[in-house]
Structures are given as structure tokens and as C-alpha cells.
Design a protein around this ligand. Structure first.
Ligand code: RAT
Ligand code: ZN
Length: 415
């Protein structure tokens, strides 16, 4: 029998800090992608989560805000969200954590000094610094062949970077066949306006070509709460005839991120999206009808989270992941993580960062690690009280499962 650990909290905290993370969904890119890799204090301050907040705290006409340069927007946000009131929201607090982690005293409130520090960084070495500080072994990107800004970096040949892996994202394909087919034609695929057998062949070719280029860990799509599967839409046919057979062939999971209501306030641009509760029968149907496919799933509505755990109990080809976007707040992460341990044991991926700005790795992960460690301490504590014992080695094994192994096993890469 194992001797009981003297201080479970300290041990769990240490192991959770020391275990490297695979960050399985981000919007980061390697330095070779140039300006689409966002980093630095002005990008942190103008993160779209904070833009939505400043337009409540200090409203100005949307046009006036968007007409400002990035530096002016950052100045505006710094004044109103950091100097005129305490930066209490999760997104604002994140900026403070980054500033502290880079070795500055946040209480000095010196934006000029921080800007100066960033001017002196070279992006290549700064990427390494950030990944090391965050103890993230690598990040999975969001790679969209329909994105005209990103596409050339792939077409001109991608140089592997040890910190970045690809995910083939395909929202337009499932959400709007009219515009997707136009884009596909522009890319040289001879799809017609109608979705027929010939379109299926060309969409399959598109998937093959882009998977060959990107070597993705999974395919992914973000969907509205109204998503239904199956139905008689083109979307269902693309899923059944193109995406899922291709995923089986290449042994790739399909990630569904469900619940986003795009641009409910278009004036806010990227900050204008909202959420809605989904009917999760779509997941039951997907998992039941396609037992040889694997589905990674994250949901945007708090009200859907418990149901997702229950469905995952019924289908081992479904792996819940992350506390996505509006769920990525301490009170909700705490609740969701407890619920997941209680219903699913170790069989889920507790978090992804969704970082859009490189530096966010050094706040999103410390914040999440602390919450996960807290929940784990309680859960191991309950076991100890019931007479079970755990060794440090066993805790390491379990945490590694959450932070690395579950993803690696579910998304091992193209076979
Ligand atoms: O979390 C976000 O930053 C959102 O804007 C989205 O990018 C979302 O995470 C997505 O991947 O669609
Ligand atoms: Zn995302």
C-alpha cells in the first residue's frame, strides 16, 4: 500500500506546473507566417475579448474606434480598462499576468516601458521564450485554406516548426456552399454550383491536397447552435460523403465547435459574435451513425456542458475538449472541470488556450493550471478520505493523460 502523501495540494500544484501541455486549439502561427502571428502588448490590449468590454466601459462610435491605429486603440483600452478602473475581467486580468510574467511590476502601470521591451524582441527567440515559460510543448494552429491571407504560406511550402502543428479548418465548406464553391473554383477545383457527385469528387480532392500540404492533427469546424445532423442539407452530404470518409481514410478526428452566433453585432467586427444553446442530438447521431470516426467536441453554451458529458459517456468516439471562449472564465472552468471529472474520469481534454496572441499562452495556461490543480486537489482529497492512496508517480501519470496523452491518442496524426 502507498503511504499517504503528506501535502496533496502542494504535490498536485507542483505536478500540474511541471507537466508540459499540448495546446490543442490556438490561433497562433510560426514566425515564418509573418504578420498573421500576433504578439506584443498592443495586440494583447486589442484582443477582441477586451474590445467588446471597452465599448461598454467607454462607448465611442464604432467607426471612431475602428478608424484608430492599433497603437491608438491600445492606448484607449489601456486608459479606460486599466487606468480608469481596475482590470478585473478575465481578459484584462490576463494582460496583467503577462506583464508580471515578463518581469515587469504591473503596479508601475508603464505602457511605454513595456512597449519598449517588445520593440527589442526578435520574434523567433520570443516564441521560444513564451513556449518555455508557459510549459507548452507545442500548439495546434487553426489553418484555413479558404483564408486568402493564410493560404499563400502553405502554397509556397510550409517549413515545419517544432512548436506548431496544423489543424485543417473548413467552416465555409459546411456553412455556405454557394460561397465555398466559388472559392473552390478560384482555387482550381471544378465544382459546380449544385452539389452533385462531381462536386463530391472535387471536394475530396481539395481535402486530400490540403491534408497533404498541412499534415493536420485533425479537421475542424465551428458551427452555429442551430446545427442539425443528419438532415437533407448540403452540409450533411458534405459530412457524410466527403469529410467523414476522408477522416477515416487518414485516421483524423473531426473537431466540432458548436454554439457560435456569428456577428450578432457586426459593428464590433471580430468581437461581435455571441452564443446559443445547441440541440445535442446532432452529436448523438454523428457518434452512432459513424462509429469508425472520432469526434473532438467543445461547446460554447454553459447550459450544454452537462449534456455533453453524458453523451460522451455513451460514445467513446467522442472526446470533449476545452472551456471554449465565453466558457474560459474561472467560475465556469471550475464548474465544468469538476463536472467532467465526476462524469468522465480522466477521459477528456480539460483545456485549450484559443490564444490569438502569442503572449496569451503565458496567462491562459497559468490561470487554467491553477484552476485544474484546485479541482484535482479536491478530487484526490476525496479519494484519500475514502481510504485510497496515490503516489506522486500516479499523479504525474494522470495529469500527463489530461495534458498530453488523451490528445495524442485521439489525434495521433495522419497514418
Ligand atoms: O475564441 C476566439 O478567439 C474566437 O474568436 C474564435 O476564434 C473561436 O475560438 C474559433 O476558433 O472559431
Ligand atoms: Zn478558436
Amino acid at each position: 500500500m502507498e503511504a499517504a502523501l503528506p501535502n496533496i495540494r502542494q504535490t498536485v500544484d507542483k505536478i500540474v506546473q511541471e507537466t508540459a501541455i499540448v495546446d490543442m486549439h490556438t490561433h497562433l502561427y510560426p514566425p515564418s507566417f509573418g504578420s498573421i502571428l500576433l504578439w506584443g502588448i498592443d495586440e494583447l490590449l486589442t484582443y477582441h475579448y477586451i474590445v467588446a468590454e471597452v465599448m461598454r466601459a467607454a462607448p465611442i462610435p464604432y467607426k471612431t474606434f475602428w478608424a484608430m491605429s492599433k497603437t491608438e486603440q491600445a492606448d484607449y483600452i489601456w486608459k479606460h480598462m486599466f487606468l480608469d478602473r481596475a482590470p478585473i475581467s478575465e481578459a484584462c486580468r490576463g494582460v496583467i499576468t503577462v506583464i508580471q510574467s515578463l518581469g515587469f511590476d504591473p503596479s508601475e502601470r508603464r505602457l511605454d516601458v513595456i512597449r519598449d521591451f517588445f520593440r527589442r524582441q526578435s520574434v523567433e527567440s520570443y516564441v521560444e521564450t513564451v513556449f518555455e515559460k508557459a510549459n507548452v510543448s507545442y500548439a495546434v494552429m487553426t489553418n484555413d485554406p479558404f483564408d486568402a491571407e493564410e493560404r499563400p504560406f502553405w502554397e509556397n511550402g510550409f517549413q515545419n516548426h517544432p512548436r506548431f502543428q496544423a489543424a485543417l479548418r473548413m467552416d465555409p465548406l459546411l456553412l455556405n456552399w454557394d460561397s465555398a464553391s466559388t472559392h473552390l473554383r478560384e482555387m482550381g477545383y471544378k465544382v459546380g454550383g449544385a452539389f452533385n457527385d462531381s462536386s463530391i469528387k472535387h471536394v475530396r480532392q481539395f481535402l486530400e491536397d490540403w491534408a497533404d500540404r498541412m499534415n493536420p492533427r485533425y479537421m475542424a469546424v465551428s458551427l452555429p447552435p442551430s446545427f442539425v445532423y443528419p438532415d437533407d442539407s448540403i452540409g450533411t452530404r458534405i459530412i457524410d460523403r466527403c469529410i467523414l470518409p476522408f477522416a477515416r481514410e487518414r485516421n483524423l478526428p473531426f473537431a466540432l465547435m458548436i454554439g457560435v452566433k456569428k456577428l450578432i453585432n457586426p459593428n464590433l467586427q471580430l468581437a461581435g459574435d455571441s452564443l446559443g444553446r445547441a440541440n445535442l442530438e446532432c452529436l448523438e447521431n454523428l457518434c452512432l451513425k459513424n462509429p469508425d470516426n472520432r469526434f473532438l467536441v467543445t461547446l460554447l453554451s454553459r447550459e450544454n456542458q452537462h449534456e455533453l458529458c453524458v453523451i460522451a459517456r455513451k460514445f467513446n468516439n467522442l472526446l470533449p475538449f476545452g472551456c471554449w471562449w465565453f466558457m474560459n472564465n474561472p467560475s465556469i472552468i471550475d464548474e465544468m472541470t469538476r463536472e467532467r471529472f465526476e462524469l468522465l474520469g480522466w477521459s477528456f481534454i480539460p483545456q485549450h488556450s484559443d490564444a490569438r496572441v502569442l503572449d496569451q499562452l503565458i496567462y491562459k495556461w497559468p490561470h487554467s493550471r491553477r484552476l485544474i490543480a484546485n479541482v484535482l486537489t479536491d478530487k484526490y482529497g476525496d479519494l484519500l478520505q475514502a481510504g485510497w492512496t496515490v503516489s506522486e508517480e500516479e499523479i504525474r501519470r494522470d495529469v500527463k493523460r489530461l495534458f498530453q496523452d488523451n490528445f495524442e491518442a485521439f489525434a495521433p496524426g495522419i497514418s
